[in-house]
Design a protein around this ligand. Sequence first.
Ligand SMILES: [Zn+2]
Length: 243
Amino acid sequence: MFHFLKKTTVAIHHQHSLENFEGKPSLKINPRSKRIVFRCDQKTGKPVIVLPSSFYLKKINTYEASYHQWYANLKINPPRTLSTGSSFPYKGTPHLLNFTQEKLYSTPQIIHDDGIFIIKGRAEKDLGPALKNYLVAAALDYAMEKSHLYAHKLGVELTHIAVKDMKTMWGRCMRGKDLCYNWRLILAPPEIFDYVCAHEVSHCIHPHHQPAFWKLVSSFFPRAKESRLWLKKHGPELMMYQF
Ligand SMILES: [Zn+2]
């Protein structure tokens, strides 16, 4: 029943509504989604509009303007895919990427040195996935260390900490004790990652954004406001890195 609805919805929008959309986006329905998400397909780089399944009842002009705004920003900050010689930020510092072919290596090896990542492997196409694994692991280590530090300060107990490929969020606190972070925070300066950890741990006590929540965050993380502004300004650039 749900699948039928999904197919019908996509067909209707494609036929009648997406012709005037820049970049020719494709439509996807995500029944678990509660709002519209604009993103780029990780493999093709083409724009995708993800709609909640209930959205088929609404008219396309309700999200047309915000799509065009998002697409205009995409042209200024295009998705960045990495190859040898390109650079990307790691903990806020630019790092150069270097690939060396080693035909005997079944699993790519990563050497992280001052300002450079050297990846040794069979083929350059393995570079992206290998680097992403490395960065996800580094992000998890960092998130664990900082989250436990702040949880200890606030006297809260955490049950689970995870790092994921989140498309629209930097962090999330579930059930007042499970935390989840966007792995791309490892690209940002450490202070920014620290802030998101302080923010999410504070949600274990205050599961909202009322004044009491912000008062708690700034009581042990004084530069919360500056970090928030940094994320607002530079966050979209970090989201464009695709590995
Ligand atoms: Zn929050």
